[in-house]
Design a protein. Sequence first.
Length: 672
Amino acid sequence: MELLYQYAWLIPLLPLLGAAFVGIGLISLNKATNNLRQIAAVFIVSIVGIAMVMSFGIFWSQIQGHEVYTRSIEWASAGDFHLQMGYVIDNLTSLMLVIVTTVAFLVMIYTDGYMAHDPGYVRFYAYLSIFSSSMLGLVVSPNLVQIYIFWELVGMCSYLLIGFWYDKKAAADACQKAFVTNRVGDFGLLLGILGLYWATGSFDFAVIGERLEDLIASGAISIGLATLFAVLVFLGPVAKSAQFPLHVWLPDAMEGPTPISALIHAATMVAAGVFLVARIYPILEPVPMAMNIIACTGAATAFIGATIALTQNDIKKGLAYSTMSQLGYMVMAMGLGSYSAGLFHLMTHAYFKAMLFLCSGSVIHGMEAVVGHNPVLAQDMRLMGGLRKYMPITAYTFLIGNLAICGIFPFAGFWSKDEILGQAFQANPVLWFIGWITAGLTAFYMFRMYFMTFEGEFRGNDTGIRQQLFTASGVVFGPGAMDVKEGEDHGHSDSPHESPITMALPLVILAIPSLAIGLVGMPWNNLFEAFIHAPGEVVSGEEFELTEFLIMAGLSIAIAVSGIIVAALMYRLKKIDPAAIAEKYPALYKFSLNKWYVDDIYEQVFVIGSRRIARQIMEVDSRVVDGAVNLTGLATLLSGEGLKYLETGRAQFYALIVFGAVLGFVLVFSIT
């Protein structure tokens, strides 16, 4: 087993080698490599499979009590400055390795069916492989510098995958939006890293935490400055984990192919922010003000994401706002000091949300048989309905994921979300109340999605609705995308169909942890907390309070069931008309439908505002700067033209000028 630790560096390296090998083939022998698409896919999936097996081996060894393993080399040195690079294997690393490799492996299998007819099939696998390598490198990083390097690589891969269909304007715009938004957070992260190094002289998490605590205690650094450094570092997770107010890129990122929504925007990259908060927990813990800011940011994000998801009709964007909301729960837990609860929800959410996204891809795949390759129509839930009889595997796995995310006993989300809410109630009842209300909203919008998609009558063949939706969307299609006519005429069936086995099998496999993995975190036998706990924390083994558990669990289930009942009355039984509610409260409806107008505010302030500033700067440049340069040139030209008449070549004339100058000086000095 020790040999496995010594070669653990192969886990991130193997997917990188796979991506490099296939990438070189695409660059040098493009046609031949694309003709061998199945072989390339099997090769990359196998490489990730090997990394997954190694990850499970390390995970099992850590469960057995293997000590923390660190291996490093000196990467750079100058005087007293020494920078180490390498990898660390501890309980948190082993857990994240398993999550990343299992989800990546299943998503890659699913991709074979979803991207089967896409000309970029091989390129997509290469991108998935290099992303997996970057994410695995991130989770094994032993210090802030190495984390930042892989943090940027993960971001780069995200931009490549969001903009995979780069000839489609919406995808290209979404890619740019993700890039710019994440630049804000990453710049804050960089400033925070530099500030912490200035204060402590180290990039190592534990060392920074110890020295920062001593510096604060001695008064060498004020609590305000320490809070500033901690919040700057937290800006990185705010952007990467789509926390308010840097969440705006995540829904637009759904323009990329659905497999990346499952891998990046549900299970791995967006969870990297929560992972980083866990890694820097020794730095954050001595700074209570920063912890409060983190907790409040998470609570606000959870609530805002849930309220926006209430009115979304695009199935993927609804899941995107759901992801944003659930990430808010994790961040809130971290800020409240519930370290293991936040990571427990990260693990359960990774599996059931990846499954929900893959289910949405299966639905889109089935809908395209009816409406054609038109994202406006294929992803709109108003055109769905009744899909359960056509796509039973997709429907029942989606239902399992729904029950998990809603926190219904005994599904995975019940245990992880209930633990967060229980600890929030003890730490901050106000934040608990926000989380509790959000749980009810989550149950409502998730079952709204389920009922609109899988129950009732199929609405996909209603040409009136199709044309109405397309006209109302106002979408302008770019090159490579379908126009209205194409979207209406390219369906080849009157009803959807179940997805192929390569797509259905990952759904079934992911349904198992979505149902059962929460059992490792039962409060009376919390194996997860015994395995994953904050650095330096000793698990106390407090006596289980059955009454307290029943009260908190009862409240959680009650609010979730209430949300499900309201959704059923509206969208299944048709006892309540949602359109009438929207007409009665138009301001609230539009507030949710328009995403709290955050995008509109950013458009006016940052996009249009930046253009106005740029135009003003251009005016200053053209009138003032260019004017000064041109005036200097004109003055030089005129003075040269005037002086040339004084250059006669006659000595008498030059003597006269000298005499005149001397006379002038005499007169001036005599007067003064």
